[in-house]
Write a protein that binds this ligand. Structure first.
Ligand code: ASP
Length: 326
């Protein structure tokens, strides 16, 4: 019989309302979550660990770094075929991407959660957990990196994003599509994700800021970043990787002082590329020393930079890692 370890971290899947109409809070233990399954996958034993019991909006990089180490420790056990992590949906794509980067084992790592809390009569949690357990025990998901199983769909951590605030089919791999699905208790895989890149990072650098640009945004916040000891900046920039007036000059100061500035795009699909000139088109930002994130989303670019800085990577290594990431 195969064995899967379920690591519970909290999230809506483990939450209930304190009273009718009251705030919804995490607190349901992993063993209790397992008890709620309507159809427990046959032939798969499940070990349960309670790692955290919080909404994923309250997690931080240090905790998720520890979670990744714990996943690896579980997977080092020859008896364990894979790991399921129950997690809030808000930052699930981030923790899953960090697991993709940091976990060294090639056994399946499957994140799942719920959009309707454990106290709701139509909670989506039990079915998601049962399907995630099936995925974690699936040989075909070995070597594919961390995935998210949600509403029957299997998505690569690198590609997936939370696309809807409340619907149960919230996770999408926009422009790329899912890896497979679970239907009637059977796991079907349709494609493989791109080759996985892992990083050995003893810590994640929490000094990396993510800045979302809007029409006419000012670069003032960059000065704050420089004066307050921030270690890296990721811009969620326009289109191909362009910024409003004034950014290139301030960025040049940051990059000259050794602070890496990564340019990702606000667009959900496509790659960044230095094309446009003047103040502050992508070509000008390129001249100012930025690193382009390719097709990596701003949220995930921040995590990659945090992992690289945590690993002590120099500018050249960071540049090469981003070129290789997508
Ligand atoms: N809405 C979130 C969830 O789905 C809350 C959280 O991220 O924990 O779990």
């Amino acid at each position: 019989m195969k064995t899967v370890t379920l690591i519970a971290t909290g999230g809506t899947i483990a939450s209930t309302a304190d009273r009718a109409g009251g705030p919804v809070n995490a607190g349901v233990a992993g063993a209790r979550l397992l008890d709620t399954l309507h159809d427990r996958p046959e032939g798969i034993g499940v070990r349960v660990e309670d790692f955290e019991a919080v909404g994923s909006y309250a997690l931080d990089l240090e905790t998720v770094h520890r979670l990744c180490a714990r996943i690896d420790a579980c997977l080092a056990d020859d008896d364990v075929a894979g790991v399921v992590v129950t997690h809030g949906t808000d930052t699930m794509e981030e923790s899953a991407y960090l697991a993709d980067l940091l976990v060294t084992s090639d056994k399946p790592v499957v994140f799942t959660g719920a959009q309707r809390h454990a106290g709701a009569p139509d909670t989506d949690g039990p079915r998601n957990i049962a399907d995630a357990i099936r995925c974690a025990a699936t040989e075909g998901l070995r070597g594919q990196g961390a995935v998210i199983l949600f509403e029957g769909d299997i998505h690569a951590a690198r590609e997936v994003t939370k696309a809807h605030t409340s619907r149960v089919d919230t996770f999408r791999s926009i422009g790329l599509g899912k890896l497979g699905e679970v239907d009637g208790g059977a796991v079907h895989l349709y494609r493989r994700p791109m080759a996985r890149r892992t990083i050995t990072a003893p810590r994640l650098d929490a000094g990396v800021e993510l800045i979302l640009l809007g029409l006419g945004s000012t670069p003032d916040y960059l000065d704050y970043c420089a004066s307050s000891g921030k270690t890296g900046i990721v811009l969620a920039a326009f289109g191909r990787g362009n910024a409003p007036k004034g950014f290139a000059d301030r960025i040049a100061r940051l990059t000259a002082s050794g602070i890496p500035v990564v340019v990702a795009s606000r667009c959900a699909e496509g790659r960044t590329m230095p094309i446009y000139g003047k103040d502050s088109g992508g070509r000008t930002l390129d001249d100012a020393g930025v690193i382009f994130a390719g097709a990596l989303s701003p949220i995930k670019a921040r995590l990659l930079l945090a992992a690289l800085l945590g690993a002590g990577a120099d500018q050249q290594t960071i540049r090469a890692a981003f070129a290789d990431a997508t």
